[in-house]
Design a protein around this ligand. Structure first.
Ligand SMILES: [Zn+2]
Ligand SMILES: [Zn+2]
Length: 336
Protein backbone atom coordinates (compact mmCIF):
# COMPACT_ATOMS: atom_id res chain seq x y z
CA UNK A 1 0.00 0.00 0.00
CA UNK A 2 1.22 3.46 -0.78
CA UNK A 3 1.06 6.20 1.78
CA UNK A 4 -1.17 8.33 -0.41
CA UNK A 5 -3.18 10.75 1.71
CA UNK A 6 -6.74 10.02 0.72
CA UNK A 7 -8.71 13.10 -0.15
CA UNK A 8 -12.44 13.73 0.28
CA UNK A 9 -13.48 15.52 -2.92
CA UNK A 10 -16.52 17.77 -2.47
CA UNK A 11 -18.26 19.14 -5.55
CA UNK A 12 -20.77 21.97 -5.24
CA UNK A 13 -22.93 22.00 -8.35
CA UNK A 14 -24.88 25.24 -8.27
CA UNK A 15 -27.76 26.45 -10.39
CA UNK A 16 -27.14 30.10 -11.31
CA UNK A 17 -30.15 30.46 -13.61
CA UNK A 18 -31.98 33.77 -13.54
CA UNK A 19 -34.65 32.50 -11.20
CA UNK A 20 -31.88 32.62 -8.56
CA UNK A 21 -31.49 36.39 -9.10
CA UNK A 22 -31.73 38.61 -6.04
CA UNK A 23 -31.57 37.38 -2.43
CA UNK A 24 -31.11 33.69 -3.38
CA UNK A 25 -27.83 34.11 -5.26
CA UNK A 26 -26.55 36.50 -2.57
CA UNK A 27 -27.37 33.88 0.06
CA UNK A 28 -25.58 31.15 -1.90
CA UNK A 29 -22.53 33.40 -2.31
CA UNK A 30 -22.46 33.96 1.45
CA UNK A 31 -23.18 30.28 2.08
CA UNK A 32 -20.12 29.12 0.15
CA UNK A 33 -17.93 31.52 2.14
CA UNK A 34 -19.44 30.31 5.43
CA UNK A 35 -18.87 26.71 4.39
CA UNK A 36 -15.20 27.27 3.61
CA UNK A 37 -14.57 29.24 6.80
CA UNK A 38 -16.15 26.63 9.03
CA UNK A 39 -14.36 23.73 7.29
CA UNK A 40 -11.05 25.49 7.75
CA UNK A 41 -11.71 25.41 11.49
CA UNK A 42 -11.96 21.61 11.52
CA UNK A 43 -8.56 19.84 11.50
CA UNK A 44 -9.88 16.62 9.94
CA UNK A 45 -11.73 18.48 7.17
CA UNK A 46 -8.75 20.75 6.63
CA UNK A 47 -6.57 17.73 6.01
CA UNK A 48 -8.87 15.71 3.76
CA UNK A 49 -11.58 17.87 2.16
CA UNK A 50 -10.97 19.32 -1.30
CA UNK A 51 -13.56 21.62 -2.82
CA UNK A 52 -14.71 22.37 -6.35
CA UNK A 53 -17.51 24.59 -7.66
CA UNK A 54 -19.43 23.90 -10.85
CA UNK A 55 -22.12 26.37 -11.92
CA UNK A 56 -24.77 25.95 -14.55
CA UNK A 57 -27.13 28.25 -16.41
CA UNK A 58 -27.25 27.94 -20.20
CA UNK A 59 -23.80 26.36 -19.99
CA UNK A 60 -22.05 24.48 -17.24
CA UNK A 61 -18.67 25.66 -16.05
CA UNK A 62 -16.20 24.47 -13.45
CA UNK A 63 -15.45 27.84 -11.84
CA UNK A 64 -13.07 26.37 -9.25
CA UNK A 65 -11.20 23.10 -9.91
CA UNK A 66 -10.80 20.63 -7.05
CA UNK A 67 -8.70 22.64 -4.58
CA UNK A 68 -7.40 22.08 -1.08
CA UNK A 69 -9.29 24.11 1.52
CA UNK A 70 -6.43 26.41 2.47
CA UNK A 71 -6.09 27.60 -1.10
CA UNK A 72 -9.78 27.68 -1.98
CA UNK A 73 -11.14 31.15 -2.80
CA UNK A 74 -14.95 31.33 -3.03
CA UNK A 75 -15.83 32.45 -6.57
CA UNK A 76 -18.24 35.34 -7.12
CA UNK A 77 -21.44 33.88 -8.56
CA UNK A 78 -23.72 35.81 -10.89
CA UNK A 79 -26.88 34.73 -12.65
CA UNK A 80 -27.31 33.78 -16.31
CA UNK A 81 -30.13 32.60 -18.51
CA UNK A 82 -31.07 28.92 -18.83
CA UNK A 83 -30.71 25.87 -16.59
CA UNK A 84 -28.56 23.23 -18.29
CA UNK A 85 -28.66 20.42 -15.74
CA UNK A 86 -27.58 17.83 -18.33
CA UNK A 87 -24.46 19.81 -19.22
CA UNK A 88 -23.70 20.15 -15.50
CA UNK A 89 -23.98 16.37 -14.97
CA UNK A 90 -21.67 15.63 -17.89
CA UNK A 91 -19.14 18.20 -16.72
CA UNK A 92 -19.28 16.76 -13.19
CA UNK A 93 -18.55 13.29 -14.55
CA UNK A 94 -15.58 14.59 -16.57
CA UNK A 95 -14.19 16.53 -13.59
CA UNK A 96 -14.43 13.46 -11.33
CA UNK A 97 -12.68 11.33 -13.94
CA UNK A 98 -9.90 13.85 -14.28
CA UNK A 99 -9.45 15.02 -10.69
CA UNK A 100 -10.29 12.10 -8.44
CA UNK A 101 -7.76 9.31 -7.94
CA UNK A 102 -9.46 5.96 -8.37
CA UNK A 103 -8.76 3.05 -6.08
CA UNK A 104 -6.92 0.22 -7.83
CA UNK A 105 -5.86 -3.26 -6.77
CA UNK A 106 -2.64 -1.90 -5.30
CA UNK A 107 -3.44 1.66 -4.31
CA UNK A 108 -6.12 3.26 -2.26
CA UNK A 109 -7.42 6.27 -4.16
CA UNK A 110 -9.49 9.18 -2.94
CA UNK A 111 -12.71 8.75 -1.03
CA UNK A 112 -15.90 8.71 -3.00
CA UNK A 113 -16.73 12.33 -3.86
CA UNK A 114 -19.58 14.11 -2.12
CA UNK A 115 -21.71 16.07 -4.56
CA UNK A 116 -24.21 18.70 -3.49
CA UNK A 117 -26.43 19.73 -6.40
CA UNK A 118 -28.57 22.82 -5.81
CA UNK A 119 -31.26 23.71 -8.33
CA UNK A 120 -34.41 25.82 -8.26
CA UNK A 121 -36.18 25.22 -11.51
CA UNK A 122 -36.97 22.94 -14.37
CA UNK A 123 -33.95 21.94 -16.44
CA UNK A 124 -33.89 23.54 -19.90
CA UNK A 125 -31.63 21.09 -21.71
CA UNK A 126 -31.57 17.45 -22.58
CA UNK A 127 -30.59 16.14 -19.16
CA UNK A 128 -32.19 12.74 -18.58
CA UNK A 129 -29.49 10.60 -20.20
CA UNK A 130 -26.66 12.37 -18.36
CA UNK A 131 -28.52 12.09 -15.07
CA UNK A 132 -29.24 8.41 -15.50
CA UNK A 133 -25.64 7.67 -16.44
CA UNK A 134 -24.40 9.29 -13.26
CA UNK A 135 -27.00 7.62 -11.07
CA UNK A 136 -26.63 4.13 -12.56
CA UNK A 137 -22.83 4.04 -12.72
CA UNK A 138 -21.57 0.88 -11.06
CA UNK A 139 -19.58 1.21 -8.91
CA UNK A 140 -21.15 4.48 -7.98
CA UNK A 141 -18.85 7.39 -8.83
CA UNK A 142 -20.10 9.77 -6.15
CA UNK A 143 -22.57 10.24 -3.31
CA UNK A 144 -24.92 12.80 -4.79
CA UNK A 145 -27.29 14.94 -2.76
CA UNK A 146 -29.83 16.55 -5.08
CA UNK A 147 -31.41 19.54 -3.39
CA UNK A 148 -34.43 21.27 -4.90
CA UNK A 149 -34.88 24.88 -3.82
CA UNK A 150 -38.41 26.27 -3.87
CA UNK A 151 -41.73 25.23 -5.36
CA UNK A 152 -40.76 25.03 -9.07
CA UNK A 153 -38.64 21.89 -8.69
CA UNK A 154 -40.16 18.56 -9.63
CA UNK A 155 -38.86 15.99 -7.09
CA UNK A 156 -39.25 13.28 -9.73
CA UNK A 157 -36.69 14.92 -11.99
CA UNK A 158 -34.23 15.06 -9.08
CA UNK A 159 -34.85 11.36 -8.38
CA UNK A 160 -33.46 10.70 -11.86
CA UNK A 161 -30.21 12.26 -10.68
CA UNK A 162 -29.86 10.69 -7.25
CA UNK A 163 -31.45 8.46 -4.63
CA UNK A 164 -30.91 11.22 -2.10
CA UNK A 165 -33.36 14.00 -2.84
CA UNK A 166 -34.02 16.88 -0.49
CA UNK A 167 -36.40 19.80 -0.85
CA UNK A 168 -35.64 23.17 0.62
CA UNK A 169 -38.70 25.33 1.14
CA UNK A 170 -37.23 28.18 3.09
CA UNK A 171 -35.41 30.32 0.52
CA UNK A 172 -34.83 33.22 2.87
CA UNK A 173 -31.23 34.25 3.60
CA UNK A 174 -31.69 32.58 7.00
CA UNK A 175 -32.90 29.36 5.33
CA UNK A 176 -29.86 29.23 3.04
CA UNK A 177 -27.58 29.94 5.98
CA UNK A 178 -28.98 26.96 7.93
CA UNK A 179 -28.60 24.82 4.85
CA UNK A 180 -24.92 25.69 4.43
CA UNK A 181 -24.29 25.07 8.13
CA UNK A 182 -25.76 21.58 7.59
CA UNK A 183 -23.64 21.14 4.48
CA UNK A 184 -20.52 22.02 6.44
CA UNK A 185 -21.46 19.58 9.21
CA UNK A 186 -22.05 16.88 6.59
CA UNK A 187 -18.61 17.36 5.04
CA UNK A 188 -17.01 17.28 8.51
CA UNK A 189 -18.90 14.08 9.39
CA UNK A 190 -17.83 12.49 6.12
CA UNK A 191 -14.21 13.55 6.55
CA UNK A 192 -14.12 11.74 9.90
CA UNK A 193 -16.19 8.66 9.08
CA UNK A 194 -15.07 7.90 5.52
CA UNK A 195 -12.02 6.13 6.89
CA UNK A 196 -14.02 3.30 8.42
CA UNK A 197 -17.20 3.45 6.38
CA UNK A 198 -18.29 0.45 4.40
CA UNK A 199 -21.73 1.69 3.39
CA UNK A 200 -23.44 5.07 3.16
CA UNK A 201 -22.52 7.52 5.89
CA UNK A 202 -25.17 8.79 8.21
CA UNK A 203 -25.38 12.54 7.81
CA UNK A 204 -26.34 15.10 10.48
CA UNK A 205 -30.08 15.76 10.97
CA UNK A 206 -31.62 18.01 8.32
CA UNK A 207 -32.11 21.67 9.19
CA UNK A 208 -35.64 23.09 9.59
CA UNK A 209 -37.09 23.96 6.18
CA UNK A 210 -35.37 21.05 4.41
CA UNK A 211 -37.27 17.78 4.00
CA UNK A 212 -37.30 14.51 2.11
CA UNK A 213 -40.15 14.72 -0.43
CA UNK A 214 -42.89 12.13 -0.33
CA UNK A 215 -42.81 9.72 -3.29
CA UNK A 216 -46.55 10.10 -3.82
CA UNK A 217 -46.55 13.87 -3.82
CA UNK A 218 -48.27 15.26 -6.90
CA UNK A 219 -46.22 17.87 -8.73
CA UNK A 220 -48.11 20.55 -10.63
CA UNK A 221 -46.01 21.44 -13.68
CA UNK A 222 -47.65 24.85 -14.20
CA UNK A 223 -44.85 27.32 -13.48
CA UNK A 224 -45.23 29.17 -10.17
CA UNK A 225 -43.23 32.05 -11.57
CA UNK A 226 -42.79 33.92 -14.83
CA UNK A 227 -39.58 35.77 -15.68
CA UNK A 228 -39.31 38.57 -18.22
CA UNK A 229 -36.21 40.28 -19.57
CA UNK A 230 -36.36 44.06 -19.61
CA UNK A 231 -34.04 46.98 -20.15
CA UNK A 232 -33.90 50.25 -18.24
CA UNK A 233 -34.85 53.20 -20.44
CA UNK A 234 -32.76 55.57 -18.31
CA UNK A 235 -29.54 53.59 -17.83
CA UNK A 236 -29.95 51.01 -20.68
CA UNK A 237 -29.01 48.28 -18.18
CA UNK A 238 -30.80 44.91 -18.25
CA UNK A 239 -32.99 43.56 -15.51
CA UNK A 240 -35.28 40.68 -14.75
CA UNK A 241 -38.97 41.00 -13.83
CA UNK A 242 -40.37 38.30 -11.59
CA UNK A 243 -44.09 37.47 -11.39
CA UNK A 244 -45.66 34.87 -9.12
CA UNK A 245 -48.79 32.80 -9.82
CA UNK A 246 -51.88 33.41 -7.71
CA UNK A 247 -53.28 29.99 -6.83
CA UNK A 248 -56.93 31.06 -6.96
CA UNK A 249 -57.10 32.50 -10.49
CA UNK A 250 -53.82 31.42 -12.12
CA UNK A 251 -52.84 35.01 -12.96
CA UNK A 252 -49.30 36.21 -12.33
CA UNK A 253 -48.67 39.22 -10.14
CA UNK A 254 -45.56 41.38 -9.93
CA UNK A 255 -43.18 40.28 -7.15
CA UNK A 256 -39.83 41.98 -7.75
CA UNK A 257 -37.24 42.94 -10.30
CA UNK A 258 -33.52 42.22 -10.14
CA UNK A 259 -30.59 43.83 -11.97
CA UNK A 260 -28.78 41.51 -14.40
CA UNK A 261 -25.10 41.64 -15.34
CA UNK A 262 -25.75 40.65 -18.92
CA UNK A 263 -28.77 40.15 -21.12
CA UNK A 264 -28.33 36.97 -23.08
CA UNK A 265 -30.57 36.38 -26.03
CA UNK A 266 -32.62 33.29 -25.36
CA UNK A 267 -31.82 31.51 -28.59
CA UNK A 268 -33.61 28.20 -28.63
CA UNK A 269 -36.06 29.40 -26.00
CA UNK A 270 -38.82 26.85 -25.78
CA UNK A 271 -41.18 28.57 -23.41
CA UNK A 272 -44.37 29.87 -25.02
CA UNK A 273 -44.78 33.66 -24.74
CA UNK A 274 -47.11 35.02 -22.12
CA UNK A 275 -49.93 37.45 -22.83
CA UNK A 276 -49.93 40.69 -20.85
CA UNK A 277 -53.54 39.99 -19.89
CA UNK A 278 -52.18 37.24 -17.58
CA UNK A 279 -49.96 39.71 -15.71
CA UNK A 280 -50.98 41.98 -12.86
CA UNK A 281 -48.93 45.00 -11.88
CA UNK A 282 -45.35 45.81 -12.79
CA UNK A 283 -42.29 45.50 -10.55
CA UNK A 284 -40.43 48.84 -10.44
CA UNK A 285 -37.15 49.16 -12.36
CA UNK A 286 -34.23 48.18 -10.08
CA UNK A 287 -31.99 50.76 -11.80
CA UNK A 288 -34.11 53.96 -11.95
CA UNK A 289 -37.28 53.00 -10.07
CA UNK A 290 -39.57 53.71 -13.02
CA UNK A 291 -42.84 52.09 -11.92
CA UNK A 292 -44.26 51.06 -15.31
CA UNK A 293 -43.11 49.28 -18.46
CA UNK A 294 -43.53 49.58 -22.22
CA UNK A 295 -42.79 47.34 -25.15
CA UNK A 296 -41.13 48.16 -28.47
CA UNK A 297 -42.04 46.38 -31.73
CA UNK A 298 -38.38 45.16 -31.74
CA UNK A 299 -39.33 42.90 -28.84
CA UNK A 300 -37.70 44.89 -26.06
CA UNK A 301 -39.53 45.36 -22.81
CA UNK A 302 -38.37 48.50 -21.02
CA UNK A 303 -39.05 50.46 -17.86
CA UNK A 304 -41.16 53.55 -18.25
CA UNK A 305 -42.77 56.39 -16.33
CA UNK A 306 -46.51 56.13 -15.78
CA UNK A 307 -47.18 59.24 -17.89
CA UNK A 308 -43.89 59.91 -19.73
CA UNK A 309 -43.26 63.64 -20.22
CA UNK A 310 -40.66 63.48 -22.98
CA UNK A 311 -40.31 61.11 -25.93
CA UNK A 312 -40.06 57.41 -25.16
CA UNK A 313 -36.97 55.86 -26.74
CA UNK A 314 -36.41 52.11 -26.95
CA UNK A 315 -33.14 51.36 -25.11
CA UNK A 316 -32.29 48.62 -27.61
CA UNK A 317 -33.15 49.87 -31.11
CA UNK A 318 -33.45 53.61 -30.30
CA UNK A 319 -36.84 53.88 -32.00
CA UNK A 320 -38.94 56.83 -30.81
CA UNK A 321 -42.20 55.40 -29.63
CA UNK A 322 -45.56 57.04 -29.18
CA UNK A 323 -47.82 55.88 -26.38
CA UNK A 324 -49.54 52.73 -27.48
CA UNK A 325 -53.27 52.32 -27.61
CA UNK A 326 -53.25 49.76 -24.81
CA UNK A 327 -54.67 46.30 -25.31
CA UNK A 328 -52.89 43.07 -24.52
CA UNK A 329 -49.99 41.51 -26.39
CA UNK A 330 -47.60 38.58 -26.12
CA UNK A 331 -44.19 38.89 -24.44
CA UNK A 332 -41.29 36.48 -24.77
CA UNK A 333 -40.46 34.79 -21.50
CA UNK A 334 -37.01 34.25 -20.16
CA UNK A 335 -36.05 30.67 -19.34
CA UNK A 336 -35.56 31.65 -15.71
ZN1 LIG B 1 -35.16 52.04 -15.36
ZN1 LIG C 1 -36.84 48.59 -29.89
Amino acid sequence: MSSYLRRLPVYLVLDVSESMAGPAIDAVNRGVRTLVDSLKGNPQALETAYLSVITFARKAEQVVPLTELMRFAPPPLSVRSGSALGAAMRLLRDCIRREVTQTTATTKGDYKPLVFLLTDGQPTDDWEAAARELKMANPRVANVYAIGCGPDVDPDSLREVSDIVLMMNDLSPEGFKKFFVWLSASVQTASVKMERATGPIEMPPLPAGVRVPDEREEFDPTPRQVFLHARCQTTKKPFLMRFGRRPWDGRYEAIASHPLDVLESDAGDFLPPINTSMLDGCPPCPHCENPAAGACPCGTLFCNAVNPKGPVVCPTCRAQLTAGGGGSFDIRRSMG
